[in-house]
Design a binder for this molecule. Structure first.
Ligand SMILES: [Zn+2]
Length: 325
């Protein structure tokens, strides 16, 4: 949940950015009252109705504060589950609103989900501003939009659980309630930096709970092929070790060649600089997708290789394919 002050005027904002690719997972309207679906059986309803999550849409958002997590770029520790607390805004509405106003409201998340769309707007390799500094340095963050029928609620939590499962699987994290899957409510209690309690109350309105939500996450996670290997996890969870050199122990290698840049989550790949202590600093510059860049050096940091494209601008191997000269 975030500030609700300006959300009422979202309809115009949505129209301005409506161009582009929308998946058309149009769903035949079905209405079921909460009484028809007995409390606690939302997950059964999803199974019995054969509800399938929709595909994740990856769009480029406007948030240009590129910062890694406390363990580094591409090293989230889990996902915070939010709920927007706005009864009248769809995922499209929220995406438009946040892309327009994140600087003034100082809030941004990775994705918005409703009954028909999952819209990712910031690379999950990097943090966002969703739940206070401690949580922001650890977690991917997703907002669930409010729905008004049991069928739509069931579809929305299926989409939300799928998104969480997809991210945990992608980063080789297990499904662990309270650790890798946390509610904003839990985050507020753990770190005391926010007082929001979402999505607990909204879930309760539908006879639903975080425990049941996590069961649904586990179901989709299992369908993705079980456990995943966490590439580079051991080195990535430690801070950079100093082996005695004065650049933080990171060695730059002379390696001339070309890097081809592609970031599926954006129109560009972000660049970072290296501080004198070896840690990375975010840049607000990036390289356009599908472009080739001359590189003369590479260096390894937190389990990733970075390629230098200017004096102190480097692109991470996640987005770059290197070809030696
Ligand atoms: Zn929240």
């Amino acid at each position: 949940m975030f500030s609700k002050k300006i959300i009422a005027s979202l309809a115009t904002a949505a129209a301005l950015t409506g161009a582009g690719f929308l998946t058309t997972n149009e769903i035949a309207p079905q209405t079921f009252s909460a009484q028809e679906v007995k409390a606690g059986s939302i997950n059964d309803y999803i199974a019995n109705q054969g509800i399938q999550p929709v595909s994740i849409q990856f769009r480029e958002g406007t948030f240009n504060e590129w910062f890694g997590y406390e363990n580094g770029v591409g090293k989230p520790e889990g996902v915070v589950v939010h709920e927007t607390a706005d009864p009248n805004a769809t995922a499209e509405n929220e995406v438009s609103y946040f892309n327009n106003y994140w600087e003034s409201i100082q809030t941004y998340v990775h994705a918005f989900v409703d009954s028909s769309e999952i819209i990712n707007i910031h690379s999950a390799d990097y943090g966002v501003w969703g739940a206070g500094p401690t949580a922001n340095s650890k977690y991917i963050q997703v907002e669930l939009c409010e729905e008004h029928t049991t069928d739509a609620f069931a579809r929305s939590v299926a989409n939300d659980a799928y998104y969480v499962a997809y991210r945990l699987h992608q980063y080789g994290l297990p499904v662990e309630y309270g650790k890798t899957v946390v509610s904003h409510d839990q985050v507020s209690k753990m770190y005391g930096e926010t007082d929001h309690t979402d999505p607990t109350g909204y879930f309760a309105n539908w006879g639903y709970s975080m425990e049941q939500f996590v069961q649904l996450v586990q179901k989709y996670y299992n369908q993705m092929g079980g456990s995943n290997t966490n590439s580079g996890s051991n080195s990535g969870t430690n801070s950079n070790t100093n082996t005695g050199t004065n650049n933080g122990g990171v060695t730059s290698n002379s390696s001339e060649g070309t890097v081809k840049v592609t970031n599926p989550a954006s129109f560009m790949a972000p660049l970072v600089g290296f501080n004198t202590n070896g840690s990375t600093t975010s840049s607000n510059r990036g390289l356009a997708n599908d472009t080739d860049w001359y590189t003369d050096q590479s260096r390894d940091y937190n389990g990733h290789r970075y390629y230098r494209v200017s004096t102190n601008e480097w692109v991470i191997d996640t987005y770059a394919t290197f070809t030696a000269k």
